[in-house]
Design a protein around this ligand. Structure first.
Ligand code: NAP
Length: 248
């Protein structure tokens, strides 16, 4: 059966788990060839094996998005091995929640370097290729990019930055055929919060999440596929998706 993304090439960062992994699977199910990028290549190889079974063309890219040169190489390898680039999904991210007072500022550096600079480096490296093929950039931001909250200051700042950068990018490239989409999930059940180093913050977000029917990664992948499969003249610029039970 023909897929809605037959002939398209997508590069997904943070494809080794959670939303990125589900997105790679969903884009492949629509016929896209996929470049899957992250630091944990063992997880990417397991995903490749799954995608191979359904006949998807896959490239595995070991990538730390905080390294600008590695971002350039990942984009170039995608173009060289899959013939071009139509869709960049900037999904790699970390959410190291905690109070500002007394914070371990290495958490701040990691969040800004990964969520903001990494996404910017990937966008910058991809843009010439996307402009060639009326491509699409999908940024996985967050409700945290729309509403700031106590205990999330630097994560909020990182996702607000993603939103500002993306709107500026949209104005720069949309009339040259490149679409820009922000995806803003609420609470999704992934390993994201397992990496929080501040124990109080980790317990607090885990308790709040346990209290609701959380979104699943596939719910967000479906929103990404929706944006990616519209006709060329339709630019879905923003999708905000919360769990029904999330009152904040
Ligand atoms: N889960 C939620 O509730 C939620 C809500 C709103 C927004 N989001 C956003 O959704 C995105 C995906 O998160 P998730 O929930 O799916 O969490 P996740 O399962 O922890 O996935 C995060 C992904 O980012 C990758 N990553 C982290 N640092 C990286 C780096 N320096 N270079 C390359 N890849 C890196 C990780 O891969 P490696 O460790 O293998 O590199 C992993 O594949 C993030 O941007 C997050 O902010 C999540």
């Amino acid at each position: 059966m023909a897929g809605r993304l037959d002939g398209k090439v997508a590069l997904v960062t943070g494809a080794s788990s959670g939303i990125g992994e589900a997105t790679a699977i969903a884009l492949a199910a629509e016929g896209a060839a996929v470049a899957i990028a992250a630091r944990r290549t063992d997880r990417l190889e397991a995903l490749r094996a799954k995608l191979d079974e359904q006949g998807t063309s896959v490239v595995v890219l070991e990538l730390d998005v905080t390294d600008e040169q590695a971002c350039r190489s990942a984009v170039q390898s995608t173009v060289d091995e899959l013939g071009g680039l139509d869709l960049l999904v900037n999904n790699a991210g970390v959410m190291l929640l905690g109070a500002i007072e007394g914070a371990d500022t290495t958490d701040w550096t990691r969040m800004i370097e990964t969520n903001v600079l990494g996404l910017m480096f990937m966008t910058h490296a991809s843009l010439p290729h996307l402009l060639e093929r009326s491509g699409h950039v999908i940024q996985v931001s967050s409700t945290a990019g729309r509403v700031a909250a106590k205990g999330a200051g630097v994560y909020n700042a990182s996702k607000f930055a993603v939103n500002a950068f993306s709107e500026s990018l949209r104005q720069e490239v949309t009339q040259r055929g490149v679409r820009v989409t922000l995806i803003e999930p609420g609470v999704v059940e992934t390993e994201l919060r397992d990496h929080i180093t501040d124990q109080a913050a980790k317990e607090s977000i885990s308790a709040r999440a346990a209290d609701m029917r959380q979104l699943q990664s596939g719910d967000i992948a479906a929103a990404i596929v929706y944006a990616a499969t519209q006709p060329d003249h339709v630019a879905v610029n923003e999708i905000l998706v919360r769990p029904t039970d999330q009152g904040w």
